[in-house]
Ligand binder design. Structure first.
Ligand SMILES: [Zn+2]
Length: 454
């Protein structure tokens, strides 16, 4: 912790992302004990003289970004199956992933989380669904890495129980027994989940996808999540191949399949939702079901462009997700804001998504997907999760609108990032990470994974 429990940030533009999208041209934020206690234009009101002040002139402050979909372990397997669609890509990668161990998971998690916080992300999910038999606790490895880096964490205990021999996509050796999945998921909730306001860790229940999970596990996972008061997450409607799979196997499209399973509701958020009909968009909005939009991953796999503007216009919660680094090829959330704006415009024209609308997805929209009312905006009473971005250097100088500088301009790492008032990034450096050591560890772990899979 490099800031004490109180700090005053002054001299910066502030995009609060509150309900009115209030902005201050040169404002202040007062942080105390991990929360924001004041925000406004000009200098901070008189406070005791010993409170440290962070001169943030030349910066814009935004809420810390919220990453609604990720697979940290995929840092181990980037740039593979480079011209493949989702099913081909998965089919090539599953056999590799079958050899992940705790040490590899830790190396990938530390690398992935370092990249995320460096890009202004203060809260991230990690959807982990590969648990090879006989390995150690992969979930714990990700959780301890998140504690080390200092990021707010929503690990999603994933699972697969529909192997190839039963008509699913994954090979049988990466699937788990249904009862074992449910027991391990409940154990994770018992061990790690903190429902309190300001929580740094919440577990979600997250069977992987319609083509890798049985209907029975989907139903029982929903029952478990609701009994324990935790959220539900899965992949849905990512590709046309998935849609065809659902129509052939279940006789319905993906959204209708989830609806039949009792899987739509305001305690659910879904990754992708690229292929939706108008009535499915209305159904997601009416049920309050959230969507994690992953524009770069969808582009890389040629999946299509999610109807983000139609979803937000209908009232559905929409946040942004990096998705795994094996389908994004980078792992930073900041650039996804610009990417979301650009792909929305390819689909819907130049007025489809504004700079502020894109920033809202990455902040307040993401918080809504994760069911959190204590993050996602810079307001008194909210958690002090604050990203500060330089807009006075070569990349952004001369742009009059500071929010447009941040979103239209070239994506750059955050100058500072506070999570619960603690400095996680300071001066562009991740405080708790030795980046070169993390890169070396990742390289070794990736090579070891390849050798193990030979
Ligand atoms: Zn994913």
């Amino acid at each position: 912790m490099s800031f004490p429990n109180r700090v005053v940030i002054e001299g910066c533009v502030i995009a609060t992302m509150d309900d009115a999208l209030t902005e201050h041209s040169s404002g202040h934020i007062v942080v105390e004990d991990g929360s924001i206690i004041a925000v406004g234009e000009g200098t901070a009101p008189p406070l005791e003289p010993d409170i440290p002040r962070l001169d943030a002139s030349g910066c814009i402050a935004s809420p810390g970004l919220v990453n609604c979909h990720h697979h940290l372990y995929q840092w181990l397997t980037r740039a593979r199956a480079q011209e493949s669609n989702l099913f081909e890509w998965l089919t090539e990668l599953y056999p590799l992933w079958a050899h992940i161990d705790v040490e590899m998971q830790r190396a990938a998690s530390r690398a992935g989380l370092t990249a995320l916080v460096r890009s202004g992300c203060s809260t991230t999910t990690d959807h982990h669904y590969v648990f090879p038999r006989g390995t150690g606790d992969l979930l714990e490895a990700a959780i301890t890495s998140a504690e080390e880096i200092g990021v707010r964490f929503h690990p999603c205990r994933g699972s697969m129980d529909l192997g190839r021999s039963d008509g699913g996509l994954p090979p049988d050796e990466v699937t788990e027994d249904r009862d074992a999945v449910l027991a391990a998921t409940e154990r994770a909730i018992d061990t790690w989940h903190d429902p309190a306001p300001g929580s740094m860790l919440r577990i979600a229940v997250a069977p992987c996808s319609p083509f890798s999970v049985t209907a029975e596990l989907m139903r029982e996972a929903a029952e478990l999540a609701r009994r324990r008061g935790v959220r539900l997450h899965t992949h849905l409607a990512e590709t046309l191949e998935e849609q065809e799979f659902c129509e052939e196997r279940f006789g319905v499209r993906p959204v209708e399949y989830l609806d039949e399973l009792g899987w739509l509701g305001d305690d659910v958020w879904l990754a992708h939702c690229v292929h939706l009909s108008d009535s499915e968009i209305r159904r997601l909005a009416a049920t309050g079901t959230g969507v994690a939009h992953c524009p770069t991953s969808n582009a890389r796999l040629g999946a299509g462009i999610a109807p983000v503007v139609s979803l937000t216009s209908a009232g559905a919660p929409v946040g942004l997700g990096v998705d795994g680094a094996a389908s994004n090829e980078a792992g930073e959330l900041g650039p996804e804001i610009r990417q979301a704006m650009l792909v929305a415009r390819i689909k819907g024209g130049p007025a489809a998504l504004t700079a502020r609308g894109a920033l809202a997805l990455a902040t307040r929209g993401g918080a809504r997907c994760l069911g959190r009312d204590d993050i996602g905006s810079i307001e008194p009473g909210k958690q002090a999760d604050i990203a500060l971005w330089r807009i006075d250097e070569l990349d952004h100088a001369g742009i009059e609108d500071p929010v447009a500088a941040l979103v239209f301009g070239p994506p750059r790492p955050a100058e500072h990032l506070l999570v619960q008032g603690r400095a996680v990034v300071q001066g562009g450096r991740v405080v708790a990470a030795d980046e070169s050591a993390i890169a070396t560890d990742l390289d070794k772990a990736s090579r070891r994974l390849l050798e193990a899979a030979l």
